[in-house]
Design a binder for this molecule. Structure first.
Ligand code: ARG
Length: 563
């Protein structure tokens, strides 16, 4: 039941449209003011009365005929406050949540619409480092949120697999590379020779020249160059796939920068045809000075394309291939200017869909100084962070629950979950410095705290057995009622998380819900109670557990049954 709508439909004000009333009813700011309110200030002008008088008169006229689900109506300082009948509310809400199960919170608002999400977008032959954590987990959470709301979602890993660095890597490999070693040690070996190349290149400029030649050979499709490039790519993908699997992340497309090698001409042609391309110092640019931006570089003086050129080609391709309603880019805020420029160029080309291109920027994730695990060329590998969090969880679990049956599996779920949650708890734009201490604190606002709460619910449900007739008055007290109200809000939370591209709305909500559940748990006896009382409290536990689990699925952490 949509209470706002039901309440609004019941309110009648002469001279005010019903739609305006629906838009005005809001959840009460504080429980002391009931559950929903209608602020009467905006009707003052039309009715030529004070808000206080309007509220008081409405209270009089409406109270007599109020529907059952409203317990009382009050007028307080220009607000008309509605208090719901708790028992009816609790019963209707819990019955609905339990009946809908995993479907609760889903909707078909996205039906027939496609959203592309460009996220993670790692670079081949470079470390998958902690800097990619934000884009990977934010993108994956948005992916699942849009899916839950009925959208057709295309997750795209726009691989950084193009650029002069691949020429360098080939030269480095030919000089110092050892195939067996690379196959055994993977990415780290590749990064090692790449780092060595950079050092030696400083006094040996001939290396740079050779790297340029090899890069040209890649571009031309030369067999040996292509084979080596594919080998580097395979090594990288094998390794990052393991990390993606641990994080529960999946992509529908890996079309990256090199995929657009032969797809840039239409962009250049169209820019020329629309007189947007200018030559400046030999390079081709789009002048963006009227918009207070530096020019967007399209072709270097030697004719080579740039990052922006590829992104423009990508947009053409995605529009044509997916006909997206929105195309999101989950990329660090350091690239704000890049996306502003690229989107502006699309606008200047006259494509209305420039409005559907959205840069979902996020802040830096880093580990607290001293908490670094492995440093390789100044990079903290994400896989090392996950290993360490998992290892530390194992130690904590060993202490807290020495009898647990599957400690390793649980520790992996808790450790990885802690890292994911740690990266999602704050507003995405904020820089986020975290320590293992903080993210693994079982009593803090953390992944383990959520998982622990879920396991608590689960152990009650395991003991409870089948739920029969329930006495709803036994869960109408404040703590229980606050929890039910929160559970009811889950669908709204998903919607506003989607609207703001903000998975932290979901993580916040889950923390609030877990805290509310724990308050209820400490205030109410659940199992050793009269049958009907027990049934009602178990029902509430079941609804809470269901929503926690669903929310975990959205943000990408595992629901552990025992902890
Ligand atoms: N590979 C790039 C990086 O690591 C991010 C690419 C983002 N996506 C895009 N379409 N530009 O910085």
């Amino acid at each position: 039941m949509d209470y706002i709508k039901e309440i609004a439909e019941f309110i009648k004000i002469d001279g005010v449209e019903q739609g305006e009333i629906i838009a005005a009813v809001v959840p009460a700011a504080e429980s002391a003011f009931g559950d929903y309110s209608l602020p009467c200030f905006k009707f003052s002008k039309v009715l030529k009365k004070s808000p206080n008088l309007i509220a008081a008169e409405l209270k009089e006229s409406l109270s007599a005929s109020k529907p059952d689900f409203i317990e009382k109506i009050d007028a307080v300082g220009g607000y008309l406050n509605f208090t719901l009948d708790r028992m009816l509310f609790v019963k209707a809400t819990l019955t609905d949540i339990i009946a809908r199960g995993a479907d609760y919170g889903s909707s078909d608002e996205g039906s027939g619409k496609t959203v592309c999400i460009d996220f993670s977008s790692i670079n081949i032959a470079k470390p998958f480092h902690i800097g990619h954590l934000g884009t990977t987990v934010i993108g994956a959470a948005l992916y699942r949120i849009f899916k839950k709301l009925g959208y057709n979602v295309v997750g795209i890993n726009h691989l950084g697999d193009f650029g002069t660095q691949f020429g360098k890597l080939i030269v480095a490999y030919k000089l110092w590379g050892d195939k067996t070693d690379i196959e055994k040690n993977g990415l780290k070996s590749l990064v090692d020779i790449y780092v060595r190349f950079h050092k030696e290149e400083e006094d040996k400029p001939e290396l740079t020249a050779r790297a340029r030649e090899w890069f040209l050979r890649i571009e031309k499709g030369d067999a040996e160059a292509t084979e080596l490039f594919n080998f580097f790519k395979a090594i990288t993908m094998k390794e990052v796939d393991k990390t993606y699997e641990r994080l529960g992340v999946h992509f529908d497309s890996y079309a990256g920068e090199s995929f657009y090698n032969d797809k840039m001409q239409p962009v250049i042609d169209e820019l020329k045809a629309k007189n947007l391309l200018e030559i400046s110092d030999g390079a081709s640019i789009v002048d963006l000075s009227p918009y207070d931006m530096p020019p967007c570089l399209i072709l270097r003086s030697d004719g080579a394309s740039l990052y922006a050129t590829r992104d423009l080609a990508t947009i053409f391709y995605r529009k044509k291939t997916y006909d997206f309603d929105k195309c999101l880019y989950v990329v660090a805020y350091q690239q704000n200017l890049h996306f502003k420029q690229v989107f502006k160029v699309i606008e200047l080309l006259g494509h209305e869909y420039y409005k559907d291109l959205i840069h979902v920027a996020y802040g830096m994730v880093s580990l607290e100084e001293g908490a670094m695990s492995t440093r390789k060329g100044n990079m903290v590998y994400l896989s090392d962070v996950l290993d360490k969090a998992s290892e530390k969880s194992l130690a904590i679990i060993g202490e807290k629950s020495p009898d647990l049956k599957n400690p390793r599996e649980t520790a992996e779920a808790v450790g990885v979950g802690a890292v994911i949650f740690g990266a999602l708890i704050n507003n995405r734009i904020k820089d986020n410095v975290f320590s293992y201490e903080k993210i693994l604190n079982f009593d803090g606002e953390t992944g383990p705290y959520l998982q622990y709460t879920y396991a608590r619910c689960n152990s009650i449900l395991e003991k409870a057995g089948k739920i029969g007739d329930a006495d709803m008055s036994s869960i109408a007290g404040d703590e229980a009622y606050e929890l039910v109200k929160l559970l009811k809000r889950y669908p709204e939370v998903l919607k506003s998380a989607k609207e703001n591209y903000e998975p932290s709305f979901v993580t916040r909500y889950l923390i609030d819900t877990a805290q509310a559940y724990n308050k209820f748990y400490f205030e109410y006896r659940i199992l050793n109670e009269k049958q009907e009382v027990k049934n009602a409290r178990v029902m509430l536990t079941k609804a809470a557990a269901g929503i926690l689990k669903d929310g975990f699925g959205i943000i990408g952490i595992k629901a552990v049954e025992h902890m």
